[in-house]
Write a new protein. Structure first.
Length: 179
């Protein structure tokens, strides 16, 4: 599929309200939300879930961003990586963890704070059942809500990657491809 035209000049008053809501939370409309604004009701619902998972969930920021980066790398989505690697750094995700994910290194070798959550994310990405012992361990660290949020986050960012791929959303001008 090819890039969709910019929808901003053709927004209805109702769609403009949705656009303003998304921009108010995210600062601007970029990435998957430009093509999604061709279907404002869908854009709003996807943005609402994304906003909850990014801004209001129980997950620590570094764990959340690690899960997003693992998902982006799993599907090789450069825009998603480009957008979230800096957020991960700001959230305290160590550079060596980011690089290990980018290079598709062994995530079992991550520091203990990250390794178990990374394994849970990998099971979700593979559409596999999470082993009971792993679920219990991650649940003890992040709560049951955190386990559910990790799985939902993984699915949500697969959805975002699908939109980015389907409509050829490019990296910003001058941004180097991360992989």
């Amino acid at each position: 599929m090819s890039q969709l035209p910019d929808p901003l000049d053709t927004l209805t008053p109702q769609a403009k309200v949705i656009f303003d809501k998304i921009v108010a939370r995210r600062g601007r409309l970029r990435g998957p939300y430009a093509p999604l604004m061709h279907h404002p009701a869908l854009a709003e619902r996807i943005a609402d879930l994304g906003e909850y998972l990014r801004f209001d969930s129980t997950l620590p920021g570094d764990i959340r961003e690690m899960a997003i980066l693992i998902t982006a790398r799993h599907v090789s989505q450069p825009y998603e990586w480009f957008a979230h690697a800096p957020i991960g750094r700001q959230a305290g995700l160590p550079e060596d963890v980011i690089e290990r994910i980018r290079a598709r290194g062994d995530l079992n070798a991550l520091p203990p704070r990250y390794a178990k959550a990374a394994r849970l994310v990998q099971h979700a990405l593979a559409f596999e059942s999470v082993p009971a012992d792993l679920q219990q361990t991650v649940q003890a660290e992040l709560s049951l809500a955190g386990v559910l949020e990790l799985v939902a986050l993984t699915g949500h960012y697969r959805l975002i990657a699908s939109v980015l791929f389907a409509f050829d959303v490019p990296l910003p001008d001058g941004a180097p491809a991360p992989f």
